[in-house]
Design a protein around this ligand. Structure first.
Ligand SMILES: [Zn+2]
Ligand SMILES: [Zn+2]
Length: 179
């Protein structure tokens, strides 16, 4: 998702642009391709362009419980300054920290890597396809969201019988304690 900011870079500090965008994010260095849409506000700063964007993304994840692929809708608030390699007016080199985002020499401002980083930071550690995902059957590994099957009765029975055994043991210990 690239924007040509040649004219904005020529304008004085404080000049702004607003974009509504829907397009592809691509960060080939890390094999990242995704779709994003949102409102992108740009402000000409002393050093470059401050981007404030509200971006909707839908990263493809794997559910930590049932292992099915699903898309998680996320809205990211991106707030980053992009700095050109050369001052558009004087042509002098502009210094920047290695982790700062750059505008390339063709005046392209690419949001892909910034959105990727914000998305990474927003991902849950244990993503679940839905709050009440039933996960996989511990006996046979079948996805329990799809259909009920016989192991569920067995599990229920097993749970009941172990509770019953526990209750029995407690009763017995009570008796011993009483004598
Ligand atoms: Zn799931
Ligand atoms: Zn099963």
């Amino acid at each position: 998702m690239q924007f040509n900011v040649a004219t904005l870079l020529q304008e004085p500090v404080g000049a702004t642009r607003l974009f509504e965008a829907d397009g592809e994010l691509s960060a080939p260095d890390v094999g990242y391709v995704a779709r994003a849409s949102g409102r992108i506000h740009m402000l000409r700063t002393e050093r470059g362009i401050l981007v404030r964007a509200r971006m909707d993304v839908r990263p493809a994840l794997e559910c930590a419980r049932c292992l099915e692929a699903f898309e998680l809708p996320l809205t990211l608030q991106v707030d980053e300054e992009f700095v050109p390699h050369h001052d558009p007016v004087t042509g002098e080199a502009v210094e920047a920290d290695p982790d700062e985002f750059r505008i390339d020499d063709l005046n392209h401002l690419d949001l892909s890597e910034a959105v990727r980083q914000y998305e990474q930071a927003a991902l849950p550690i244990q993503p679940v396809c839905r709050e009440d995902c039933a996960g996989l059957c511990p006996v046979c590994g079948q996805n329990l969201n799809e259909r009920l099957h016989e192991h569920e009765d067995q599990q229920a029975e097993a749970a009941w019988s172990s509770l019953a055994a526990l209750a029995e043991r407690l009763r017995t210990e009570e008796h011993r304690g009483g004598t």
